[in-house]
Design a binder for this molecule. Sequence first.
Ligand code: PPE
Length: 309
Amino acid sequence: MASNKGLADKIWHNGQFIPWSDANIHVMSHVVHYGTAVFEGIRCYKTNKGSAIFRLPEHVKRLFNSAKIYRMTPPDFSYEQIYQACIDSVKENSFEECYIRPVIFRGLGEFGVNPLNSPIETYIITWFWGKYLGPEALEKGVEVQVASWNRFSPNTLPALAKAGANYMNSQLIKMEAIEHGYAEGIALDTYGYVSEGSGENIFIVRDGIIYTPPICASVLPGITRHSIIKLAKEFGYKVREEMVPREILYIADEVFFTGTAAEVTPICSIDKIHIGNGRRGPITKKLQEEFFGILSGEKEDRFGWLQYI
Ligand code: PPE
């Protein structure tokens, strides 16, 4: 593993590897003032057949989609080059497992809201990132609250773009949860339906049927979400992407979060109301075992999700 306490020694910047300590930007950069960034979060896992990146094509595609929405597609780098640069970043830093964070932003150029005259900078950062919601979360589950903050309304900040500025909303949700002693918050959309966590999608199990909010509920179209839907359907469960009223959360049999960082994390209580028996539920466990089984190489990668490096 790389030195630097789990941080990469080298960071990819506009086609070249530079030392960690040189990866700095000017305070007048557009992104600093206006949040002009789109990014990805990807995990590389240590499998029994070597290191492998999980669903790299989908992540790079989403990065380019986010950039397209904000008219900041890197002029000098193609999808294929960024794809390869993610693989190279893991190799260059000798990571066996790590988190990969490509970020595209507007740098130092013309000042003022208009972003078009500020250059597009692309970086790929890697580091070791452990369990997102605490070491015991995957088994014991987390205690969460419904946030007082909503996700953004349609046609305000585009939820389908993974943009830096969206995370100001996430930060409000997260800080409130932490202040109240919870691990995370679940935000509703502006119509009052369940949306997602500050950095995770959400699934609800009720009477053997699995529900998750549709993409029009101000959610990020999660790649883990997509993977869990696939696995659940393969097991024969009915999966419904439909609007979820808040109170279904409290009377659900199981609720869990999904995300690259959070992986598949059970939720044991919401607003101090126990979910099911207050422990990780059987369907959550089954999906976790299948998910982590593929990521460790123990179960067959029948969907071609792993890119060996
Ligand atoms: N919703 C939000 C708002 C979100 O940020 C993420 C990922 C997801 C859903 C799940 O998407 P996916 O990773 O494709 O399954 N959040 C990333 C950033 C977390 C952070 O704290 O930074 C992540 O999990 O990598």
